[in-house]
Design a protein around this ligand. Structure first.
Ligand SMILES: [Zn+2]
Length: 250
């Protein structure tokens, strides 16, 4: 079985605005701490009961919210998982986001820190030179904080294109995570491309486990993604409002 990569964002104790971006459109991506811990435990137990190696499920987190360090890493460590944390470097040290010390701390605790570009702009709207700058700047900042080269990244807003991948590659990245729901590994030159399955605040435990255990669920998600992809091409900016609606009506 190929690895199933899950895409999370922020986790919160009592307030949706505690960690990460504070726009209303970001809220469906944030999970209460007890729900998140229940999901990690359910996945851990599911893998154990079905004799799946623990590496069958990969936990990734986008944006760079302070909950990565203060809430999420503790839960993952309790169950023996390594987190893959992708940081939007422009926001480092601002309210609700990780500080350089916390980023270093995540690395020291054995987690993987990677780039989520610099500004979190929709990369398809930028010129090739700006896309290059997004990745180069972000990778340089993270390399400086961590003291070693980052090799992983996730693409903000899921906007992949040849230009986006070209500059990921030229920034020295080796493993890039998209928002496409697939467990089949792709490539760009010798850089690996991985799809991910998004987890939202209303994703039930049963549904989450069926993503891991059922190829039928994954096929349905892949089909839905293809339809959304076409709609996105047609609607452009208006797609964002539609996206939340569609994802929540599963
Ligand atoms: Zn993001």
């Amino acid at each position: 079985m190929n690895q199933i990569v899950l895409m999370y964002h922020d986790v919160y104790m009592s307030d949706l605005s505690e960690s990460g971006f504070r726009r209303e459109r970001d809220y469906p991506y944030k999970l209460p701490l007890d729900v998140f811990e229940r999901q990690v435990a359910a996945i851990y137990n599911y893998c154990k009961d079905n004799n799946l190696p623990q590496e069958s499920v990969v936990f990734t987190f986008d944006d760079g919210g302070c909950s990565f360090y203060h809430l999420i890493a503790d839960v993952l460590e309790k169950y023996g998982y390594v987190g893959h944390f992708y940081v939007t470097t422009k926001y480092i040290g601002t309210d609700g986001f990780l500080t350089p010390e916390e980023i270093k701390g995540l690395g020291a605790r054995g987690h993987v820190v990677g780039s989520h570009a610099h500004t979190h702009e929709h990369l398809y709207k930028l010129t090739p030179e700006q896309v290059r700058e997004e990745w180069m700047q972000s990778v340089t900042i993270l390399n400086g904080i961590l003291g070693h080269k980052v090799t992983e990244a996730s693409i903000p807003n899921g906007d992949t294109s040849d230009v986006v991948l070209k500059y990921c590659y030229e920034s020295g990245l080796k493993d890039v995570f998209t928002s496409r729901p697939t467990n089949k590994k792709g490539s760009y030159k010798d850089m690996n491309l991985y799809g991910r399955y998004v987890v939202l605040c209303d994703t039930s435990d049963e549904y989450l486990l069926s993503i891991i255990g059922s190829s039928f669920t994954r096929k349905k998600l892949a089909l839905k993604w293809s339809i959304i992809y076409c709609v996105k091409k047609i609607l452009g900016d208006r797609y964002v409002q539609l996206k939340n609606l569609v994802y929540r009506n599963k």
